[in-house]
Structures are given as structure tokens and as C-alpha cells.
Design a protein around this ligand. Sequence first.
Ligand code: SF4
Ligand code: SF4
Length: 354
Amino acid sequence: MKGFQINSFSTQIKGNWKYFNSQDYNYRFNLENGYFARWGKTFDDDPPYSRFGPEIADIEISTICGMYCPYCYKANTDKGRNMSFEVFKKVIEKINVNKQLIQVAFGLGATGEENPDIWDMCKALREQNIIPNGTVANVTEETAKKIAAHFGACAVSNHFLGAAGGNNLCYDNVKRLSDCGMKQVNIHYVLARETLENAYQVLHDIKTDSRLKGLNALVFLSLKRKGRALNSNVHQLKSNEFTGLIRTALSMNISIGFDSCAFPKFSEATEGLPNREKLLMMAEGCESFGRFSLYVNVDGRCFPCSFCEHETGWKKGFDVLTTDFMSDVWNSPEFENGRKALIKTNGACPVFEI
Ligand code: SF4
Ligand code: SF4
């Protein structure tokens, strides 16, 4: 390893638990239910990043998608490409260098099976005690069964704008997955001014629609001005609109989540709430730029996060397959500078207006 050293560490599997132990970075991860706890030298320490490599990798195994959502930041179409199983295995070998990786979030198309190697990829991950997760929009019953057998968690995107079906398509898919016995089924919902009114409808439906009985959480995603969203008539929420929605969801006792990009807005939305401290303990700012997560695109090139791809300074990213991952990527000056900026700003996005 060039110019980079890490102290001793150990990983262990005990029953359903994966342990990572070192002097100043430790975790426990439950392979069954996804429970995760991380600490540093003592239980009160919160390490600002993992110096052993990513805990979570977002890996784009397909750019094929026929949904044509107007805010798709990847601008995916049905003419995309797949990552081969061979490349996938090499990518995992490279980035799981210290056996520290615990989850892979697949970048998929809407049906979940655009890449025919997905189930072999899942098996390869499970063999290494890495849990596969993914997001879909419209799966068949057959695919739902396979997802339930292989994934730890699955999100269903609610594509209220653009795709035929809207809420109904989403709720039918949530039911299809939870009927297969999946406990961790979430809804992913892109927040925009144009989707705000319907977001309140979804909150109402979570309380009343029997198809959502098995839902784990409603996860709000921030709109990025990128890809098709650049040229579509969709606009980011104002802070007060975001706050109103969050406070309504909390008052309805609905389990909600966010992408880490929204952490500063979430923090603002909880100001003055009696349980603010507890709420903030469960949230975390941006984890990219070599803190805890990594994105690898369909060509095996990696970037701090999927949104950084094609952005200024990140046109090509790093080739995971041909570089020394820890010294050339995870501890590269590009990642280190971003990491320092994130730690300073408590995880506020250094790339986009959120
Ligand atoms: S947002 Fe997701 S479902 Fe929609 S076109 Fe893009 S990849 Fe497909
Ligand atoms: S760098 Fe910005 S867009 Fe990327 S994950 Fe972090 S907050 Fe989100």
C-alpha cells in the first residue's frame, strides 16, 4: 500500500452480527435486521470517517430504465448498459479491502431485473456478509419473491410525476414486496414543489391504505438540479415547505427518513421541537467524500456520490479496477479535501444547493 498505513483491526461474524474492531473505529451490524452502531475510542466518540474504507457502496449495475421520470438525475433510458458480473466482483474485491463493507445499494432500473446478473451478484455479496439493497418502481411477483430472498431492504420509488400509475403503482409494489415477507420495505419520494401536495396525500394513505400495512418508512429524497431535472418543470422545496411536511409526518407518528443530503434542512425543521435531540441523533449529514459511503458507476469508476458524476472536477472519477483503492481513491487529495469540508460543515453538501 502506497504511503498509507492503518493500525491493527479485526472483523468477526458472531451469529447474525458483523463486528469491526479497532482502536478508534468500531461497529456492530446486524445482518438480519440492518441495526447498526458505530463508535470510536469510547462509546461516546463518533468517528468523523472510516479510515478503513466505505461501509456502504452505491453501485450502478444498470443504466437501463424505461420509466423516463422527468426528474431522473441520471437521465436513464431504455437504451442503457449493464455492469458485468466479472467487473462487479472485481469492484467489490477492491473496495472491500479491509472486509469493512456492510451494504451495497444497487443502482437499478425500475423492474429490478434489467441486469440479469443481479441475483448472482446478491449471492456473491451474501457469501462475504455484505447485504444487498435496492430501489425499484414496478416489479413482477416473481421478481418480488427474488428480492425478498436476496435483499435486506427494498425501496419502491413513488414516481408520482411522469410515470403511469403514480401512487397506486407504488402502493401495489409495496404490497407485493411485503406480501413476500419483506420487513424492510420503504417508499422513496422525491420532494419538489410539484410533488408536495401529493406527499401529504401519501402521509394520509399510509394511515388508511391497507396496501401500506407492511411499510417500514417513507423516505424523502432531495431534488438535485441535474440530468432531466435540469430541463423539466420541477423546483426544489423552500425551507418552510419542507418543515411543514416533516412536522406533519412527525405529528402523525409516521416513520420517515431522508437522504443524508437533506440533513441541514431536517435539522432546521426540528428547531424548537421537544424531542429534537433524539431526532438529530438518528440523522446524519452527508457521508460521501470518503467518510462512510462511495459510489461506483456502471463502468467501474468511482465518485464521492452518484450526484457528483459529470459534475465539475469529477468528470471521470477514479477507475476502481486499476488503482490502489485506499491510497489512490479513499485517501486521495480529492476525497480528503471534500471530507475535511464535510466534517467542518457537519455534513452540508459541498456540491449542490439542496
Ligand atoms: S428516476 Fe429511477 S425509475 Fe425514474 S427514470 Fe430514473 S432510474 Fe428510472
Ligand atoms: S455530496 Fe451532496 S449530493 Fe452527494 S451525497 Fe453528499 S450531500 Fe448528497
